[in-house]
Design a protein. Structure first.
Length: 96
C-alpha cells in the first residue's frame, strides 16, 4: 500500500486460469488499475453493488497473459480516496 493509502499493490505469483483477480470488501471507487513495469491499463468490472446498500460488491480485474511477469506480476490499483474497508456490523441470524 502506498503511503497516502490510495494505491494498493498486488503481487501475483501465479495468474489464475481465468486471468482475473478478485477484490472484495473495499468500499472505494477504483480510478485505475495497471501493471507496474509496463503500464498496461487493466479492465475492471464490479458486480453485486446496489445503490440502496453500502455493500461494495465484488470487483474483477482482468490481467492479459502477455503482461504476465515470469516471477511476480505487480498490479497497482488506484482508488479515489484512502482505502476504506467494508465492515458489516450485523450479527448472526438467531431466528427466522
Amino acid at each position: 500500500m502506498s503511503k497516502d493509502k490510495k494505491t494498493l499493490y498486488l503481487f501475483i505469483r501465479d495468474l489464475p486460469k481465468n486471468n482475473q483477480i478478485v477484490l472484495k470488501g473495499i468500499s472505494n471507487k477504483i480510478n485505475r488499475a495497471y501493471v507496474v513495469g509496463n503500464g498496461t491499463i487493466l479492465k475492471k468490472q464490479t458486480f453485486c453493488k446496489v445503490y440502496w446498500n453500502e455493500y461494495p460488491g465484488i470487483t474483477y480485474i482482468e490481467i492479459p497473459e502477455n503482461t504476465n511477469d515470469p516471477y511476480y506480476t505487480v498490479v497497482a490499483v488506484i482508488f479515489d480516496k484512502p482505502i476504506k474497508l467494508y465492515k458489516n456490523d450485523n450479527g448472526a441470524i438467531e431466528a427466522n
